[in-house]
Design a protein around this ligand. Structure first.
Ligand code: CP
Length: 331
């Protein structure tokens, strides 16, 4: 973790949200409780004026539907104004401006900045120069901390408990930033984690080693080895955008072949889910491509659209907390 990124230590005010390594269990619980209170408030009243004196900036230099729109909705439900850039082509980065200069500009306009960027470490680089808190909305194949908090919120909402779960992660565990963040947070609650992927897309050893003192972990290419004893089946897509290196036609052809070979490694459909427990949670951060058949969308175990709802509540909670405000006492 870069030295300028602070541990949360139960105090979110003014802090950047960069990595799940900033969190201990108590910090996660604070976010989930605040998200619960936000859900209750939205269901009762729709919106609040908690942040109505603030401007929130959303800088998204990589494609997004859920993270971008949920941060927009979260800010607006709390009364804040939002300013946004989507896509490098509409930003002066396309003219050669550095990320650091962009951040120094946006901090003059906004009280909080959320950044999605294709490069690992970009959010930390932004936080290093920003006078206002920066939230990592996904940095390349690095981390996606607000998605992991979202995933835990959905699981806790369904099970009322997130301790000692048996979680199976399936798919592109090398490039999927959501699983990197989620594995770290699950380890705080004593989860056993199974990693199911082709060897080429295995969970990075650095993360496996990091959480080994807290979590039992098992790697396999075969979902059948673990599905029957799984509480949460967390499926991810093969990240096509990480298979397209610049630098010559042959490299691009090789990358495309590698993607085509791996993209359909796992398909979760009704047949597969027959082997899962009746109360297994089927999760996916979305977007999905082919990994989960749409025939499962009405299966009560399918939780991926609940995850979407959790995303807005968690981001409302985080925006409130880093601005030193809370509604947990009211709702
Ligand atoms: N889960 C997620 O990050 O989705 P988006 O890429 O649509 O934001």
């Amino acid at each position: 973790m870069p030295s300028h990124v602070a541990n949360i230590n139960a105090d979110f005010k003014g802090k950047d949200i960069m990595t799940t390594n900033q969190f201990v269990r108590e910090d996660v619980d604070i976010v989930l409780d605040e998200a619960d209170a936000m859900a209750e408030m939205v269901n009762a009243e729709g919106r609040s004026d908690l942040l109505d004196d603030l401007v929130v900036a959303n800088l998204f230099y990589e494609a997004s539907t859920r993270t971008f729109l949920s941060f927009e909705a979260a800010a607006k439900r709390l009364g804040a104004l939002t300013i946004a850039t989507q896509g490098v082509e509409y930003s002066s980065i396309s003219k050669g401006e550095t990320l650091e200069d962009t951040i120094r500009t946006v901090e003059s306009y906004a009280d909080t900045i959320t950044l999605r960027h294709p490069e690992v470490g970009s959010a930390a680089a932004a936080a290093a120069v920003s006078e206002v808190p920066v939230i990592n909305g996904g940095d390349g194949n690095g981390e996606h901390p607000t998605q992991a908090l979202t995933d835990l919120h959905m699981i806790r909402s369904r099970l009322n408990d997130i301790y000692d779960l048996k979680v199976t992660m399936v798919g592109d565990l090398k490039n999927g930033r959501t699983v990197h963040s989620l594995a770290r947070l699950l380890s705080l609650y004593g989860a056993e984690i199974n990693y199911v992927s082709p060897k080429e897309l295995a969970m990075p050893k650095s993360i496996v080693d990091e959480i080994a003192p807290l979590s039992e972990q098992y790697q396999t290419e075969n979902l059948e080895d673990v599905i029957a004893d799984t509480d949460v089946l967390y499926v991810t897509r093969v990240q096509k955008e990480r298979f397209l290196p610049e630098g010559g036609l042959f490299k691009e052809i090789r990358a495309r072949r590698a993607y085509d070979k791996l993209k359909d490694s796992y398909l979760i459909d009704k047949q597969v889910m027959k082997k899962a427990k009746e109360d297994c949670i089927l999760a996916h951060p979305l977007p999905r491509v082919n990994e989960i058949a749409t025939e499962l969308d009405n299966d009560p175990r399918a939780a991926y659209f609940d995850q979407v709802k959790s995303g807005m509540y968690v981001r409302m909670g985080l925006l409130a907390l880093i601005n030193g405000r809370t509604i947990t006492q009211q709702f």
